[in-house]
Design a binder for this molecule. Structure first.
Ligand code: MLC
Ligand code: AMP
Length: 507
């Protein structure tokens, strides 16, 4: 019986007393006890009716039990479907229904509100709080720790991660056992992780970065993680001397640089700082190197592909680039119109092929065909070039996407929301540079003739319907939107016009 992910990430640690998780309260969790907990949870999921291939949707705060739930799903061949904790009930409704989840696990505090959503989708509702209480763990306490892992093949689904889409409808990226394992194997070598490593883990575990890049690599290496509930600069400063590595989005690094106490001494024990999920400004890279002596290692990936390229561990980590393709991953830059491969130095859309590339979008065969070609290449939508030394540069986005603090926001989704609001004739949403989040959301609204837009009312509805990170941070009311001769809204013009929306002007 095989279960490639279980066999490589978990089985080697069965019964091992070595520390897996170090918590901020000083407690530790060994590999053995983590896996026993996962075994109990796996037995619980099965007793609640979930079987191989079924989806378990998870909307809970980061905790050791939440991570054990991921391990339990892998053991039981269940497809793990983590959801951003910022999602509102209106957003969750879509994910639970679209995925046809068998079980929906949420925080006890939101169970009452989410119960009708689970019921309508035919999913069983279980709860899990960050302190470990809830119906999931109550039921797990009565279950045996031993669980006979379920047989799975390379091509079987391990996880379903939703990413927003340019049409406004989120797409579930189907990630297989091979996708996740091959990427962890490539990264552990590329970044030299071993069982001696202690990773400072302050990322959320509902996205590829914190869940697969960070956690799977550490499981494969057999090291330990300082497992923090979220990124909090104070706690991170206190924990850095205990770590050998950290992974983060660029906001983590700019926030650390804002702390005068963040110094060379504090990071003397660190082997590597890794950044991704959003562009790291060359200026941040340089400031970080000056302050700490460390050159941040920037890599590039996507939910659909996990990691594609990385700057070298040994060798020149070039600011403003995302390095070379990982072993086994092919990349090429193609003309957006014709699809033909471009010469080095020319800008086009990056295509990616390899064992890391996902299986397709859940129940969206047409979308899958548009982006995932029959020859295995996935069209990323990122504008890039490959320089004469082979480094990949991400120079922009062919897709209409805003990345705020490492979270993706598709303008179309926000525009559809704004267009529904009273008094709004039409809207356009663009990203503008933001000192903390890299980019943030500007909403440009055109009122209906003779009407006034009530922005307070829109903010109130936005708070109810949209995850906090998606909410526009700035509203602009204009008489009309700039359009080209084809009638298409000229977003570039709006981006230029509102480029200073979040930048503090020095007087
Ligand atoms: C929180 N807020 C954000 C935000 N995060 N607003 C814009 N962008 C964000 N990223 C808002 C909240 O809605 C709230 O608003 C206020 O900020 C405070 O919330 P918080 O939770 O206390 O925020 P904070 O802890 O400061 O979070 C910021 C952050 C976090 C940068 C630490 O967003 C984060 O951990 N980001 C990591 C994202 C990530 O893991 N991405 C990987 C994607 S995978 P209000 O108005 O309610 O007060 C991927 C593939 C790859 O991209 O290559 O890795
Ligand atoms: P997601 O859909 O959340 O997986 O986000 C993936 C997108 O994040 C990519 O398509 C890129 O646009 C962006 N991204 C990830 N890493 C980097 C990076 N190092 N530099 C620039 N953009 C990045």
């Amino acid at each position: 019986m095989t279960n490639p992910l279980y066999d490589r990430l978990f089985a080697p640690h069965e019964g091992k007393e070595a520390v897996f998780l170090r918590l901020s309260d000083g407690n530790t969790i060994s590999y053995a006890s983590f896996l026993e907990n996962a075994g109990r949870i796996a037995n619980t999921l099965v007793s609640e009716g979930a079987g191989p291939g079924d989806r378990v949707a998870v909307h809970v705060n980061k905790s050791p039990d939440a991570l054990a739930l991921y391990a339990a799903c892998i053991m039981a061949g269940i497809v793990f479907l983590p959801l951003n904790t910022a999602y509102t009930p209106a957003e969750l409704d879509y994910f639970v229904k679209d995925s046809q989840a068998a079980i929906f696990v949420c925080d006890p505090g939101e169970a009452e509100e989410l119960e009708p959503i689970a019921r309508a989708a035919g999913a069983r509702l279980l709860t899990l709080a960050s302190d470990g209480s809830g119906t999931l763990t109550e039921r797990a306490a009565g279950q045996p720790a031993e669980f006979q892992k379920v047989d799975r093949g390379d091509d079987d689904l391990a996880a379903l991660l939703y990413t927003s889409g340019t049409t406004g409808r989120s797409k579930g990226a189907m990630l297989t056992q091979r996708n996740l394992l091959s990427n962890a194997e490539a990264l552990i070598d590329a970044w030299r992780f071993t069982s001696d490593d202690v990773l400072l883990h302050a990322l959320p575990i509902f996205h590829s970065h914190g869940l697969f890049v960070a956690t799977n690599v550490m499981l494969l290496a057999g090291g330990s993680m300082i497992f923090l509930p979220k990124f909090d600069a104070e706690t991170v400063l206190a924990q850095l001397p205990n770590a050998t590595a950290m992974m983060g989005v660029p906001t983590f690094y700019t926030r650390l640089l804002d702390e005068p106490r963040f110094s060379r001494d504090l990071v003397a024990h660190i082997r590597v700082f890794i950044s991704g999920s959003a562009p790291l400004l060359a200026e941040t890279h340089d400031r970080f190197a000056e302050r700490t002596g460390h050159r941040i290692l920037e890599r590039y990936g996507m939910t659909e592909t996990s990691m594609n390229t990385s700057n070298p561990y040994d060798g020149d980590r070039r600011a403003g680039t995302v390095g070379f393709p990982l072993p086994g991953v092919e990349v090429k830059v193609c003309d957006p119109e014709t699809g033909s491969e471009l010469a080095p130095g020319e800008i086009g859309v990056l295509w990616v092929r390899g064992p890391n590339v996902f299986k397709g979008y859940w129940r969206m065969p047409e979308k899958t065909r548009e982006e995932l070609r029959e020859d295995g290449f996935f069209i990323t939508g990122d504008l890039s070039l490959i320089d004469d030394r082979g480094y990949v540069h991400i120079v922009g986005r062919g897709k209409d996407l805003i990345i705020s603090g490492g979270y993706n926001i598709y303008p179309k989704e926000i525009e559809l929301f704004l267009d529904r609001q009273p008094g709004v004739k039409e809207s356009a949403v663009v990203g503008a540079p933001h000192p903390d989040f890299g980019e943030s959301v500007v909403a440009v609204l055109v009122p209906e003739a003779g009407e006034t837009i009530d922005l307070d009312a829109i903010e109130t509805v936005a708070r109810r319907e949209l995850a906090g990170f998606k909410r526009p941070r700035r509203f602009e009311i204009v008489a009309e939107l700039p359009r080209n001769t084809m009638g298409k809204v000229q977003k570039n013009t709006l981006r230029e016009r509102f480029a200073g929306a979040f930048l503090v002007t020095q007087s």
